[in-house]
Design a protein around this ligand. Structure first.
Ligand code: MSP
Length: 511
């Protein structure tokens, strides 16, 4: 029976259009999901939209429209982005859906009934921008950092979740499960945060201050705090409360950006689950940020790259290739259009695209549009095969370790190897000779190029699904369901019909 694999992205805030950061996270998660499917797993891939909270309420008020209208418009945009990027999610959750509201309320009720939630008066400082209470601890040099925006003193009655009592349990859970957080150094950030005592978490907002949220089932004058609502999406979509839940939970990977690991995902979430007696997610895959001029690309930074513009001009696969090639998962990366163009032209248009055109062109001229049989094996073939054998062994482990940038580097070094091989064999010269040896070398070179190209795109499939399928089609072969067996050098293409010459990546002069 195939292994289940439940993977999620963060759900995006419905307070601005999608940008490169959102697009990247979806591509990264999609690559893992597609890879796991090709390894034979039964994958459930979830993404969605986080629709409640003060920011959404404020933006609706500013526009003079109901909140749901703002959310519907953004849901349309974000779902459009997923489609444009060829994201293969199995579900898209919106936190305003009935199924989600029901889960959040049932969880709140259970925690309340179990004595994990209590009511208390609270006097403290509140940051509207972050939608949270802040304490003196957050001050830097006597001031609250600008990320908190305006901070005001408020006295309010609210509901609190008993977070503090779980600190030692959480420290222990993280220490004994070293593989929970990838990359590992992020686990140290969590433990550092947990060195200080925890405060109980205020999980309600009075309705007069925030109306746009899920009501507390035990007190209709309050709605729940946006993080408490948002995190639960992972349970809702797994079918919490139904038989399906047993199949999919625990989540195998929550893919998130580094800004939302501590405290929401690594502190609030495990404690919420523990209090509910639900198993913890197996792993967090924590990626870094796309930066623009050194700072995080975000709605408020102003300098955002609109992924849809790039996808429209260069195609989803070129976009997916670039963000995967340029990001070492876990680190940050600076986005630059110059680099995008140079990778597009040199790696995709030149190295890969030209190789495919060359093969199709020569196939139609010298071998009747079919892949000929390899007849000889001499040093050019031996060298190329050796290069493949060295690379082939590395690819699956690199994918399993999220080292996609390195996998791409290895694959493209092999593609360069195929180009060198083609130059060395120079089939166009061999075609001018009628000698038996030259004809055998000609056929062998075309067969070798075709097989090497087929191999190169096996592990590009999760990264560039459309182009990889297209290249296999042009080589006369079908797409596959499982990677198994696909990485072996063979002669499976002999006699296959090559496709018409085509330009896969037209050269781009400017954006
Ligand atoms: N709504 C919360 C997440 C709730 S998950 C239960 C949220 N939304 S967000 O829209 O601000 O961010 C969504 C995801 O995009 C986060 O994982 C975040 O880290 C990621 N990114 C947002 N900007 C980013 C970059 N500039 N670069 C890479 N990813 C970043 O947080």
């Amino acid at each position: 029976m195939s292994k289940k694999f439940y993977i999620t992205t963060a759900i995006d805030y419905a307070n601005g259009s999608p940008h490169l950061g959102h697009a990247y996270e979806k591509v990264l998660t999609d690559i893992v999901a597609r890879f796991r499917r090709l390894m034979g797993d039964d994958v459930k891939f979830l993404t969605g939209l986080d629709e409640h909270g003060q920011k959404v309420q404020m933006s609706a008020q500013k526009q003079g429209v109901p909140e749901i209208e703002v959310c519907d418009r953004l849901a349309y945009e974000f779902q459009g982005l997923c489609a444009a990027l060829q994201i293969s999610n199995d579900d898209y959750i919106r936190t305003t859906e009935v199924r989600h509201k029901a889960t959040v309320q049932s969880i709140l009720q259970e925690l309340y009934d179990n004595g994990e939630i209590y009511k208390a008066e609270y006097n403290g400082f509140y940051s509207v921008r972050q939608e949270q209470f802040v304490t003196e601890k957050e001050k830097v040099g006597g001031e609250w950092p600008p990320i908190y925006g305006e901070v005001t003193e408020v006295t309010e009655t609210n509901y609190f979740f008993k977070l503090a009592q779980y600190r030692e349990w959480l420290v222990d859970a993280i220490k004994t499960n070293e593989k929970m957080i990838y990359p590992r150094f992020r686990g140290a950030d969590v433990l550092q945060f947990l060195k200080e005592p925890l405060n109980d978490l205020c999980i309600s907002r009075p309705k007069e201050r925030l109306g746009w949220g899920i009501e507390l089932p035990f007190d209709r004058d309050f709605v729940t705090y946006v993080w408490f609502d948002a995190l639960v999406n992972y349970l809702t979509a797994a079918g919490y409360g139904t038989a399906e839940f047993e199949k999919y939970w625990p989540a195998d990977y929550h893919v998130i950006g580094k800004d939302i690991l501590v405290p929401p995902h690594a502190v609030y979430w495990p404690i919420m689950l523990k209090a509910l007696d639900i198993p913890l997610p197996r792993h967090f895959l924590v990626h870094g940020w796309w930066l623009s001029s050194g700072t995080k690309m975000s709605k408020s930074s102003g300098e955002v790259v609109k992924p849809l513009d790039l996808i429209e001009q260069f195609g989803a696969d070129a976009f997916r290739y670039f963000v995967t090639r340029e990001m070492n998962v876990g680190q940050d990366s600076e986005f630059s259009l110059e680099l995008f163009m140079s990778r597009y032209n040199s790696d995709l248009a030149n190295d890969l695209g030209n190789l495919v055109s060359r093969l199709l062109n020569m196939g139609s001229r010298y071998s009747g549009g079919k892949v000929p049989a390899a007849e000889i094996e001499e040093s050019p073939e031996i060298e190329l095969k050796q290069l493949w054998f060295a690379i082939q062994k590395e690819l699956i482990p690199l994918f399993e370790d999220f080292q996609f940038h390195k996998a791409i580097d290895r694959i493209f070094s092999f593609i360069s190897g195929i180009n060198r091989y083609t130059e060395a064999r120079a089939p166009w010269k061999l075609a001018k000779s009628e000698s038996t040896e030259d004809q055998a070398a000609l056929h062998t070179s075309l067969a070798t190029m075709a097989e090497a190209l087929r191999l190169s795109v096996v592990m590009l499939t999760p990264i560039m699904p459309e182009i990889s399928d297209k290249i296999r089609g042009l080589l006369g072969t079908d797409n596959f369901d499982l990677i198994e067996g696909q990485l072996e050098w063979g002669n499976s293409l002999t006699g296959k019909d090559l496709g018409e010459k085509t330009i896969l990546f037209p050269r781009a002069e400017s954006i």
